[in-house]
Design a protein around this ligand. Structure first.
Ligand code: FEO
Length: 398
């Protein structure tokens, strides 16, 4: 039988490890993920969040390893997305708790997910509940990253249950930050931020301010994915403040695809021009990279340069895919340019530039177009464009 993992005096991790998850609604999760649920063994045993539906049995085994599930009196649902609430209805049916606490939007979402009366009770920011020997207070975290999102704070134990916020997609049986390589966790938490939280960066900054004013200084932050922060929880909070500020650094990302190598030749010349200015560049072919890697690379970049071949009078499909994804992530403070090669109709490359404009990327030059294969003169123009972009990044970024 799978075991619960003790994380503090009274709190146990009773979640599930999804080792082989490789796609999380479009986010490529090369390292899998965890669905973290927590059991507070207070006088009124309390379950915080559940797991994806398929992992119900795993969660229940872990709960059973420390308590008869029927003894759970309270359930808190901090987030209604189905990776945390998928097993909720089944858990409520099995446990028959006295109360199930959700935010107002959580109530609406869960009703629309399950279409049954789960006997939910709405709580709001500032509400506190007695869990027997300790108290949980609630902080609504609207749009971090769904309207229903909520934090729960176990006061005496000083543990903040933060739902998706401060999480990462990383399957591990080493639950704590200090049991894992620091470079790895920073990279995975950063990738998670870039792919999930980024569109709500203004809200993140306001929320962090609000939490500071409330005087919360948790000794442990327990998110719904990945590691539990116990070594230095303030570190991940500070990283969130940095990522949310979206200050451009001296980095550029070139995203492209190619049919017969022309757009790739152009991309490599542009990259060389940018590098020559001392700006770090990443060249990402959409044939070899997924959109989540691009989003991650873009997080601290000052420029997004996109290149496409023309196929059937359209931009290449892989570029349409990644730009649709990036548009939703609403990255700020980018300059950019479009480039590409065509045979008899270069208009789609101009359309690519318009797509950048629609993403609020500031265009620094007209689209650079080459008919079929770039000659030496065209390649030099590409490199000059790179140098131009490099200089502009140097002026703009720290
Ligand atoms: Fe991990 Fe928004 O669900």
């Amino acid at each position: 039988m799978m075991q619960a993992v003790k994380i503090s005096e009274k709190v146990y991790w009773v979640g599930a490890i999804d080792w082989n998850l490789r796609d999380f609604h479009g986010y490529a999760t090369h390292r899998g993920t965890t669905y973290n649920a927590y059991l507070i063994l207070s006088e009124k045993p309390t379950l915080v969040d559940t797991v994806k539906k398929e992992f119900y049995d795993e969660m229940m085994q872990r709960i059973r390893s420390v308590i008869d599930p029927k003894k759970i009196q309270l359930i808190i649902s901090n987030h209604s997305e189905l990776d945390h609430s998928g097993a909720l209805a089944q858990t409520i049916a099995a446990v028959e708790p006295q109360e199930v606490y959700v935010s107002a939007m959580g109530m609406k979402d869960l009703m629309e997910h399950f279409h049954q009366d789960l006997k939910l009770k709405v709580v709001k920011t500032g509400d506190r509940i007695d869990v027997g020997g300790d108290t949980i207070s609630f902080v609504e975290a609207r749009m971090l990253h769904w309207p229903d999102s909520m934090f729960s704070y176990l006061e005496k134990e000083n543990i903040l249950f933060s739902n998706d916020v401060f999480g990462m997609h990383y399957a591990t049986d080493r639950l704590f930050d200090d049991e894992n390589d620091e470079h790895l966790w920073i990279s995975e938490a950063e990738k998670y931020y870039a792919n999930i939280v980024l569109p709500y960066s203004d809200i993140v900054l306001r929320f962090l301010d609000q939490v500071k004013q409330m005087g919360l200084s948790p000794r442990m932050i327990a998110p719904d994915h990945g590691f539990i922060w116990r070594k230095d929880p303030a570190r991940i909070v500070a990283l969130y403040a940095k990522w949310a500020a979206q200050k451009p650094t001296q980095k550029a990302v070139i995203v492209y695809d190619t049919m017969w190598g022309s757009s790739e030749k152009m991309a490599r010349q542009i990259a060389d021009g940018i590098s020559s200015c001392g700006v770090q560049v990443r060249l990402l072919s959409m044939h070899h990279n997924d959109r989540s890697e691009v989003a991650h690379a873009l997080l601290d970049s000052a420029a997004l340069i996109v290149g496409t071949p023309v196929l059937n009078s359209q931009i290449f499909p892989s570029l349409a895919d990644v730009l649709c994804y990036l548009k939703g992530l609403r990255k700020k403070n980018l300059i950019g340019v479009a480039f590409g090669s065509y045979g008899w109709n270069g208009a789609p490359i101009d359309e690519l530039a318009k797509m950048l404009e629609n993403m609020h990327v500031q265009l620094v030059a007209p689209a650079l177009k080459v008919c079929f294969v770039p000659d030496e003169e065209a390649l030099n123009k590409c490199r000059e464009l790179g140098v131009n972009i490099g200089h502009q990044i140097k002026e703009k970024a720290n």
